[in-house]
Design a protein around this ligand. Sequence first.
Ligand code: HEC
Ligand code: HEC
Length: 325
Amino acid sequence: MIVKPHPLFIAARMILPLVVLAMACTEHPLLRKRKEEELWTGWNQWQIKPEDSLTLYGHELIARTAYYLGPGGTVARITNGMNCQNCHYEGGTRPWGNNYGGVASTYPKKRARSDKVESIPKRVNDCFQRSLNGKALDTTSLEMRAILAYLKWVGEGVPKGTVPRGTGIYKLPYMDRMADTVRGRAVYRSICATCHGTDGQGKPLAGGNGYEYPPLWGPHSFTTGAGLYRISNFAGLAYMNMPYGQADHDKQVISAEQAWDVAAFVLSRPRPVFDVSADWPDPKKRPVDDANGPYLDSFPARQHKYGPFKPLKTWFERMNPAATK
Ligand code: HEC
Ligand code: HEC
């Protein structure tokens, strides 16, 4: 006689494939969260092939720019004594350390600041002129070719057109209030001054080529045309990386609020002035925290430097409905 299966068994047999199918289609939420949080960690300098002398030289130029190109440079004397690596940590490979993971994959690309399609050498020269307060490198020079080779090597394996997570500078959420230079000074004195100096001038290396601790303001620091002169960039970089050696993407030492306030304090100090009159040919695309102006809106200039940024952001989005950032 044929045994009739129990109705529950029949139901289970019908439901089980659906359950398996459902499990295959959806990931466990924890797994999905982990994937989203996965940061690009990149290569490190020791993985450069020893015979690839051009890439090795490129790494040298990024890590020890001052030795080759600083005020006492052995190749040329065209920069302020800082190293690229002072701001692009571990040769530009550190997650949220202003790394170069998305350079080879996205350039040439149109940039709003110039309203032009920019090549990698053009972007590199931007940092030479604005961040290192120096002169542009000839694009055919050995040094530029080496830096280009290195940036391409860093970006190996990153699919064209994509920006890996953790590339560039971490975007801190805006505060509701204005960033406060007085509170920032207190943060600076208690946390940053031990390394960068109470006068913000950093600590030069004994040999005179580069710094043990780079300057944060004053004549040898980055200019008013540099990316770090935007408070959101400064705050995001400091939040994820400072104090150097103690903070990283896994563990921060200063709070987001302290990062905004200390950024406000440092950026309120004097620094070399860069001629930015040709920037942002389309002024309605000027980022809300570009401190240089002129502005199309009627908010005070001070608000563009220190916030609060949320009202500015609303204005910006109305002017640039297609803009993503
Ligand atoms: C004072 C800090 C500082 C120094 C020094 C500096 N940079 Fe930069 N660099 C920045 C900032 C800030 C950005 C913009 C990051 C952003 O907008 O997300 C940037 C962006 C870049 C980019 C584009 C990255 C991208 O994904 O679009 C390249 C390439 C670059 N720098 C190369 C260099 C090189 C080469 C040097 C040395 C000659 C150098 N930088 C020195 C701060 C600095
Ligand atoms: C333990 C020492 C130390 C402390 C404390 C420290 N920094 Fe730094 N900072 C460094 C070093 C070292 C570098 C350069 C790293 C490199 O070249 O690899 C640096 C680089 C920087 C840079 C980019 C380069 C420049 O000169 O503009 C900024 C901005 C910065 N620090 C901000 C801060 C702020 C803000 C604080 C306090 C919240 C702070 N740092 C605390 C050691 C320190």
